[in-house]
Design a protein around this ligand. Structure first.
Ligand code: ATP
Length: 270
């Protein structure tokens, strides 16, 4: 069967309104990615070069992919994405070719954003490149660097890469003219968690006793993806009770369940 090695979305559904918190990160992405794609002439007139690419880094499930899609939508750019770990594990021997195809597609579809998730899988610093697998990963990285070096800052292609492991990245990828703008996407703070609850309960009927501020206080340390899981679980609790509206108790049970799962994953089983 044919397995897709990259994904192309002509017009992503996600908007900035679907993102809770991350206001400063959105502002920065608009300035360094959206604006130059929409208005390269402005940069020519002022005489500055925007970055060709940015790196989003931070813990899993906090909105990196969401942000990249929203920027593509607002810039009216095509969204072309690849996953670093898949290039290494699923498409063995084809990494360099896929990278080449992705950028050729991006030039054709420009304005376009190339999103590289889990870039650490192809751009980790290596102590030795002895095995053939490592040489293959190295070839994929060389191809990526060549592609980034091969377009100009005002060509209507931008790279957004994402990683949870910025510490392992090969500095070559972060050099000036490459992914030289780093934007941290941290775990949400209390206000951020409140806004993420708001986004995901938008289409929900909430009972009067539900207090999203209180839920935000009780979910310290959780990611946006985990908050979404809590909202979904709370909805299931309502369905199990034969209700179409969601109560405080539905949420409380959901918080316990998701927090417990997280502790199991971390190996802190009590
Ligand atoms: P990963 O490193 O696991 O790829 P990521 O940072 O790219 O994580 P996303 O894929 O953007 O995370 O988030 C996963 C899901 O969690 C999103 O589809 C969304 O439903 C929810 N989510 C995460 N962060 C936010 C946020 N800031 N606002 C609203 N929803 C969020």
């Amino acid at each position: 069967p044919y397995v897709q090695s990259f994904e192309v979305i002509e017009r992503p559904e996600v908007t900035y309104n679907d993102i809770g918190g991350l206001k400063e990160q959105i502002r920065e992405l608009r300035e360094v990615v959206e604006l130059p794609l929409k208005n390269p002439d402005l940069f020519r007139e002022v005489g500055i070069e925007p970055p060709k690419g940015v790196l989003l880094y931070g813990p899993p499930g906090c909105g990196k992919t969401l942000l990249a899609k929203a920027v593509a939508r607002e810039a009216e750019a095509a969204f072309i994405s690849i996953v670093g770990s898949e290039l290494v594990q699923k498409f063995i021997g084809e990494g360099a070719r896929i990278v080449k195809e992705v950028f050729s597609m991006a030039r054709k579809k420009a304005p376009a954003i190339v999103f590289i998730d889990e870039i650490d899988a192809i751009a980790a610093k290596r102590i030795d490149i002895g095995t053939s697998g490592e040489r293959e990963v190295q070839r994929t990285l060389m191809q990526l660097l060549a592609e980034i070096d091969g377009f100009r800052p005002l060509d209507r292609v931008k790279v957004i890469a994402a990683t949870n492991r910025i510490d392992v990245l090969d500095p070559a990828i972060l050099r000036p003219g490459r992914l030289d703008r780093l934007i941290e996407i941290p775990l949400p703070d209390k206000q951020g968690r409140y806004e993420i609850f708001k986004v995901h309960t938008r289409r929900m009927k909430l009972a009067d006793d539900v207090d999203l501020h209180e839920l935000a206080s009780k979910t310290e340390g959780l990611s946006g993806a985990e908050i979404k899981a809590i909202v979904t679980e709370a909805g299931y609790n309502a369905i199990r009770s034969g209700r179409k509206f969601v109560t405080r108790e539905d949420f409380e049970l959901a918080v316990k369940k998701i927090a417990a799962k997280k502790n199991v994953r971390r190996g802190i089983v009590e």
